[in-house]
Design a protein around this ligand. Structure first.
Ligand code: UD2
Length: 326
């Protein structure tokens, strides 16, 4: 009963969590179909991790891994708002069917608690900032709907099947190992790659949209706290930093950090995009002990350093910490 399972554990956030748990001496079982995850992300902790290369849609395979676990962190998903619009079926299946399977397997297998990675996209456009958990959700994209359905399942499983669950709404997480190579990659990973390669990024819209960018290590600490806090089952918490920066401010800050001037290009706004995003973290602070440690600029500097080192490793032919900047 002391087993930890991380779905999506070979991904950017999942692998950071696996490293966090491994640092505590835990043995971790990862379920990941490697569709967006990468085993290189787990290289440093390979001897403490068992990887099950299974798809979350395959209940019969994932159920025995989940059964009897002490804690399950459900981070496996097909992310990206635009991807869910371009090609909604795979993200529906992974994010709704896959999530249902995880909760079902956890309830059947008497798991101690499931911590679910929900998304700030559930809020959609709200008239008031920061966004607080008591606001009515207004999902704008299939991805936002899918992630919200996962929260509803988390609460329903807590109520109806006596399964402890906690949902954390992630707010634009960034940091080392975020893969910048896809058009669906998170904007900061794309900005980092552009900066290092001295190229202009393309900003969709006027660049005045804002995000509560949250450094991955703060999210890892909060995930672990959410897995242990008392009296929080069935609840939803914002897992953000509490600040917000526009894309224009962010690109400017990166140029300042790097000491370069590279004007951004601008393209049409992206369908399904939320305009502004900022977390009210009062509940997470009070009930989970959330305490973000990294300012936005600190996070950007650490991430940039990592991408640069990764590129240098690649160029010198040594094995990289992750397959980025190809
Ligand atoms: C959403 C969620 C986030 C997480 C994520 C997973 C919101 C507010 N946030 O992130 O919590 O669940 O989905 O995928 O819904 N952009 C550019 N140029 C680029 C790439 C992106 O301008 O090359 C813009 C994009 O149009 C958007 C912003 O950058 O306005 C952030 O985009 P993103 O894909 O990094 O994340 P977002 O906000 O869709």
């Amino acid at each position: 009963m002391n087993r930890y399972v991380v779905t999506g554990g070979a991904g950017f956030i999942g692998s950071a969590l696996v490293r966090g748990l491994s640092a505590e001496g835990r043995r971790v079982h990862v379920i990941d179909n490697l569709s967006t995850g990468n085993l290189d992300n787990l290289e440093e902790v390979a001897d403490q991790v068992t990887v099950h290369e299974y798809d979350l849609r395959d209940y019969n395979r994932i159920a025995p891994v989940i059964a009897g676990a002490y804690r399950v962190f459900h981070l496996g998903a097909l992310p990206s708002v635009p991807k869910s619009i371009q090609d909604p079926v795979p993200s529906h299946e992974a994010n709704i069917d896959g999530t249902f399977n995880v909760f079902r397997a956890a309830a059947d297998g008497k798991v101690g608690r499931v911590v679910y990675a929900a998304s700030s996209s559930a809020y959609g456009d709200t008239e008031v900032l920061p966004k607080v958990e008591t606001m009515a959700p207004r999902p704008k994209s299939p991805y936002a709907v899918q992630k919200l359905v996962g929260e509803y399942y988390a609460s329903a499983f807590a109520t109806c099947f006596d399964l402890e669950t906690v949902s954390l709404r992630f707010f634009n997480v960034f940091g080392p190992r975020q893969d910048p190579t896809s058009v669906y990659s998170g904007v900061l990973s794309i900005f980092m790659k552009c900066l290092i390669e001295r190229r202009s990024p393309t900003i969709f819209g006027d660049g005045e949209q804002s995000r509560d960018f949250t450094y991955v290590e703060d999210v890892v600490v909060l995930l672990i706290k959410a897995s242990r806090a008392n009296g929080v089952s069935g609840k939803v918490f914002n897992a953000g930093n509490g600040n917000r920066y526009t894309l224009n401010q962010t690109w400017k800050l990166l140029q300042k950090i790097e000491g370069v001037e590279i004007p951004a290009l601008y393209g049409p706004p992206r369908p399904g995009d939320v305009r502004d995003s900022q977390a009210d973290v009062t509940a997470a602070v009070a009930e989970l002990g959330h305490q973000p440690r990294f300012t936005f600029e600190q996070g950007l500097r650490l991430t940039l350093e990592w991408y640069r080192a990764d590129l240098a490793r690649k160029q010198s032919g040594r094995k990289a910490g992750a397959s980025v900047l190809v």
